[in-house]
Design a protein around this ligand. Structure first.
Ligand code: APR
Ligand code: PHB
Length: 389
């Protein structure tokens, strides 16, 4: 089989790239290791920057998001009983869209199907060959048969555990990593959200986040030690702990119910450089991970997709490789700003096991500074709604 761009990984990055390329008349084939049902059942974060919203609209997949998503014009930050609002609209003129990544992925699969796009799922043993040469190709097996895709470029959209990053020789890669000593225990519950907007709460007992998917579907998280397992937490224990960590007025309003999903995600910051190796381009989680505190993971993946799409379009339409050659540096410049923001939100809002009384006072002072300074809130807001692409 021959295509222009072989896309490894059928998560949101790979699908959005193939959708944008298709609309520009550029062929691609997507190879996904898992089954489509598996990909579509993964529950991930749910906050889209406005740039991500516009990119999905430009890709022709914004219709259901527009109808069913929720525009949020601010968030609440709480430190114990004190809380204050960050007003995105007032501070930046922008807002974010609350619409689950699971729904985004559904919409992208539907769009690829409608356009007759090739997405091969259950593709095993995907291997990328001659990425730094002139005839890149990708091999995989499916149902015991090995196939080969010849292409001009490979887009490595296969997430943190994928093969794309590993294809770049170890001595040519530099990895930057920070592992945080806790995880987030998250639950999804068919209850009305405690608030119309998200609440990020830094309590003495640890961080908590109140988020939502719909008017009748809530998403909540609490910081837990890495040694905890989801089965250690009954629903009742989760609700009790959440109530203790969020502001009293929210705790009094909280409606509880059975969890329909419960899982623990560790927190890490990770960047692998470079994001290009010959004709292989890394996109999204394949090259970088952020802790979820700033809601940046999916958005960062989408800004990579944007840069790569611009580069490939200029290559095929205008025979101009300037944008493609700038892909890695442009993407990384934005990645590091989002890494910084996600790290700073994580450091501000969590309890760390080895924290000294000095560290705690500094956290409290930073929250107080945000509460009292418009300049500080503007800085947080412009990062939260997303820096320009
Ligand atoms: N071959 C083919 N596909 C693979 C391989 C492989 N060897 N390894 C992994 N994949 C697939 C995974 O099964 C997954 O469907 O690649 C896809 C990668 O998807 P994600 O991990 O969701 O990564 P990405 O598309 O970059 O999405 C952005 O940012 O912070 C996160 O939650 C956010 O998942 C979102 C991500
Ligand atoms: C979510 O709704 O899952 C969510 C929201 C905001 C975050 C992280 C996760 O910062």
């Amino acid at each position: 089989m021959r295509t222009q761009v072989c896309i490894v990984g059928g998560g949101p990055s790979g699908l959005l790239l193939s959708q944008l390329l298709d609309r520009a008349g550029i062929d691609s084939v997507v190879l996904e290791r898992r089954s489509r049902e598996h990909v579509l059942s993964r529950i991930r974060a749910g906050v889209l920057e406005w740039g991500s919203v516009e990119l999905l609209q430009a890709a022709g997949v914004g219709e259901r998001m527009q109808r069913e998503g929720y525009v949020h014009e601010g968030v609440t930050l709480a430190g114990g009983a004190d809380s204050f609002r960050i007003d995105f609209r007032d501070l930046t003129g922008k807002a974010v869209m609350v619409y689950g990544q699971t729904e985004v992925t559904h919409d992208l699969y539907a769009a690829r199907d409608a356009a007759g796009g090739i997405v091969i799922d259950r593709a095993e043993d995907v291997a990328i060959h001659d990425a730094d040469g002139t005839s890149p190709h990708v091999t995989f097996t499916k149902g015991g048969r090995t196939s080969r895709v010849d292409c001009d470029f490979v887009a490595g959209c296969d997430g943190y555990h994928g093969v794309s990053r590993q294809t770049i020789p170890r001595d040519r890669r530099q990895v930057f990593e920070k592992v945080y000593p806790f995880g987030w225990l998250g639950i999804l519950s068919e209850t009305p959200p405690v608030s119309d907007e998200l609440i990020y709460a830094a309590s003495d007992r640890g961080f908590a986040l109140c988020s939502m998917r719909r008017k009748d579907l809530s998403r909540y998280y609490i910081q837990v030690p890495l040694s905890d397992r989801p089965e250690d937490w009954s629903d009742a224990a989760f609700w009790d702990e959440l109530r203790r960590r969020i502001p009293p007025d929210a705790a009094a309003r909280l409606v509880t119910g059975p969890s329909i999903e419960k899982s623990i995600a560790p927190l890490r910051s990770f960047v692998s450089e470079p994001m290009r190796w010959g004709r292989l381009f890394l996109v999204g989680d394949a090259a970088h991970i952020v802790p979820p505190t700033g809601a940046k993971g999916l958005n960062l993946a989408f800004s990579d997709v944007h840069y790569l799409y611009q580069g490939l379009r200029a290559h095929y339409h205008d025979h101009d490789d300037t944008a493609l050659d700038q892909y890695a540096s442009k993407a990384l410049a934005r990645v590091w700003k989002a890494e910084r923001f996600s790290w700073s939100m994580t450091m501000l809002l969590h309890r760390f096991p080895d924290q000294s009384p000095f560290d705690r006072r500094v956290q409290a002072a930073e929250l107080d500074y945000l509460a009292s300074s418009r300049a500080a809130r503007t800085s947080l807001a412009e990062n939260y709604v997303g820096l320009p692409f």
